[in-house]
Design a protein around this ligand. Structure first.
Ligand code: FEO
Ligand code: CA
Ligand code: CA
Ligand code: CA
Length: 642
């Protein structure tokens, strides 16, 4: 039976009022604007923030609050290839199954997918997603840290999910997580350095620590970890973030799908979307950790933002629980004028929320070593978008307002583990699946709301000002500007772009795009020059049909944040999602991840015919489609996007 493995949850049954009911004119404030730039790289040991370094050569462009688009757009396409604009070249590195470069572990990819679990633990994972470049030697050599969101068992194994075994579960877990690889440019082409002292795989079995208020909490103690402080691994790692102190933030998105629930689900389990028997990963059949009937606290140990130091392969990753639990899409860091870290996070699930975390302490000079607990102390907030174009950040602080023991929150740890329930009771705004978030040079914070076909209609939350479309098949990009500074508790907001097709049958699906059309925005990143990049994720079950019939394959566009103009830069191969983008500090090399080329509507490939839809990138008669990183350069050697 077809299973939706990347199913986004829709388990918010709270009765928060629509924003028409809760808008509060007394909170109106004058927007001050002019917030100044995002974190500069002054605290980072390496150039952690892409574009912070001087852009040399082609220098007339420089840094600008309103970078202009300079390339000629590419057409919509349904081809099984990457399309980039005239004057650009692209090549592929680091596809699923290739060795990451760990010394003595040079296990090559076998195109019949017969690599073992142990080999997969040293190879690139599947379904590449969020990615960031950490410069080691200017813009010629560096590290790429990237997420591997989920897997397709029909591609991962020669015989798919048949003969299901502990070895198969182990390999599936090993294809999840994060890769750290060293890459370098040689003669205009980039390659993975093998061996490299930095090369690392982090999987669903890598030992990691719990940091922050949930560490040691009763709700995260298990038989295997009676102290509740050490968790094995991370999973469903979607968008990523970076810190000014040089670390990588990976988010655990639809974690609940990996767990199998029983006949009787608790209210807490239902609110987090646990299903009887799970949704098809079948890990629980050979790994009792994922059987929530045996280990009911194990799901509470997932859904966190995990901090990784990509420059230290021996450093233990830490789950930063002060930033709350959620089906986290990503974690984007901004810095206040007094050097506190503000982390924006969306929960990609229907009718869930947008959060921000404000650190208690200022970022210290000295890189990762000086900021090992910065993200363990601070205040978590959830967003309420009012109908008057203003908004509030509501604190998830135990003892404040309704967040008391009487309402089911014994302490701050329980507030964080039950962040959804806390947001429900605070009356936060239920959003249309928030995905990536980023900040432009003027201090506007943008969030993609990818789609929500469940909005409106019977028993579903109705439209509201921030989520104004019933049956939102196209998605939109909302933006807000904080009052005074990033730590503010009030903001002003508006819609940046309503995505859609002007020729759509439904008036509500037409959108207001200026320029090249797109649907279902997901990835969003503002580059060092100030140009916005938008990546789309139309689901393979809807692509090419209905409201999405005219969009072709998933794509990446550039947007001018001042005018809202969009221009299509890249189209991915058939059945792929374009997700994850980063650049070298000089802006001249871009890395873009292509996830699940050839995905079927069921998200599970028929192992007897793995090339049925796509054979990208190898195009070998005996191969199979593979997620991979695309390296993009301009033929004239100038800055990408110009
Ligand atoms: Fe993993 Fe919400 O995309
Ligand atoms: Ca995404
Ligand atoms: Ca998505
Ligand atoms: Ca996907």
């Amino acid at each position: 039976m077809a299973k939706d493995f990347s199913l986004m949850e829709d388990s918010n049954r709270s009765s928060n009022p629509s924003i028409h009911d809760v808008s509060d004119p007394s909170r109106r404030q004058v927007l001050r604007g002019g917030l100044g730039a995002l974190a500069s790289s002054f605290l980072a040991p390496l150039s952690a923030i892409g574009g912070a370094a001087a852009l040399t050569g082609c220098a007339s462009l420089g840094m600008s609050p309103a970078a202009k688009i300079g390339f000629k757009s590419v057409a919509i396409s349904t081809a099984d290839r990457i399309t980039v604009p005239e004057g650009y070249m692209a090549h592929v590195i680091a596809a699923w199954g290739e060795p990451v470069g760990i010394a003595g572990q040079n296990n090559q990819f076998k195109e019949d997918a017969s690599n073992t679990a142990a080999e997969q633990e040293t190879q690139m994972g599947m379904h590449h997603d969020g990615i960031h470049f950490y410069a080691l030697d200017g813009s010629k050599r560096g590290l790429l840290a990237m997420n591997h969101e989920y897997v397709d068992h029909g591609l991962l194994f020669k015989d798919g999910a048949a003969n299901w075994s502990a070895e198969k579960v182990r390999k599936s877990q090993a294809a999840h997580g994060v890769s750290v690889i060293e890459v370098q440019e040689k003669g205009g082409k980039w390659e993975v350095v093998n061996p490299s002292k930095y090369a690392r795989r982090i999987t669903t079995n890598t030992r990691m620590a719990l940091g922050g208020p949930v560490a040691g909490h009763a709700m995260v103690k298990t038989a295997a970890d009676p102290e509740g402080k050490v968790v094995l691994g991370t999973l469903n790692n979607c968008a990523s973030g970076i810190t000014p102190w040089g670390t990588y933030l990976t988010s655990e998105e639809n974690f609940i799908n990996y767990f199998s629930g029983g006949d009787k689900l608790s209210e807490h389990e239902r609110r987090w979307g646990l299903k009887k028997g799970g949704v098809g990963y079948r890990w629980h059949e050979h790994d009792a950790r994922f059987d929530a009937t045996q280990n009911p606290n194990e799901p509470n140990r997932f859904g966190w933002i995990v901090e990784i130091d990509p420059q230290n392969p021996n450093a233990t990753p830490v789950k930063r629980t002060a930033m709350g639990r959620g089906a986290h899409e990503g974690a984007t860091v901004a810095v206040t004028k007094d050097n506190r870290a503000v982390v924006y996070m969306g929960e990609d699930a229907r009718f869930e929320y947008i959060y921000k975390f404000v650190s208690r302490d200022a970022i210290k000079p000295g890189g990762a070593a000086a900021n090992t607990t910065l993200l363990d102390h601070g205040t978590l907030y959830v967003a309420k978008f009012n109908a008057d174009g203003k908004g509030q950040w509501l604190a998830l602080t135990h003892g404040q307002g309704p967040l008391t023991a009487a309402n089911g929150f014994a302490d701050q740890g329980e507030v964080l583990i039950k962040a959804r329930q806390a947001s429900d009771i605070l009356g936060a705004t239920k959003m249309d699946r928030p995905e990536w978030i980023d900040v432009d040079k003027q201090g506007w914070v943008y969030a993609t709301l990818t789609n929500n076909s469940n909005r409106g209609g019977n028993k579903r939350p109705a439209v509201d000002a921030a989520n104004p479309r019933a049956n939102n098949t196209q998605g939109n990009i909302i933006r807000w500007k904080e009052d005074v500074d990033f730590h503010a508790t009030t903001f002003a907001w508006n819609q940046f772009i309503m995505a859609g097709d002007p020729s759509a049958d439904r008036a509500d699906a037409k959108g207001n795009i200026k320029g090249d059309i797109f649907s279902c925005p997901d990835g969003l990143w503002v580059d060092g020059r100030g140009l916005m990049w938008i990546q789309t994720d139309m689901s393979t079950s809807n692509m090419g049909k209905g409201d999405l019939k005219n969009f072709g394959n998933n794509m990446m566009l550039a947007a001018d944040v001042q005018t809202g103009e969009t221009r299509r830069f890249l189209v991915g191969p058939v059945g792929s999602e374009v997700t994850g983008v980063t650049e070298t500090p000089d802006g001249k090399t871009m890395f873009v991840n292509i996830q699940h080329p050839g995905e079927t509507p069921s998200e599970q490939t028929n192992p007897a015919n793995p090339r049925a839809i796509s054979n990208w990138p190898d195009q070998k008669p005996t191969g199979r489609p593979r997620s991979a990183t695309v390296v993009i350069r301009k033929l004239d050697g100038c800055i990408i996007g110009t």
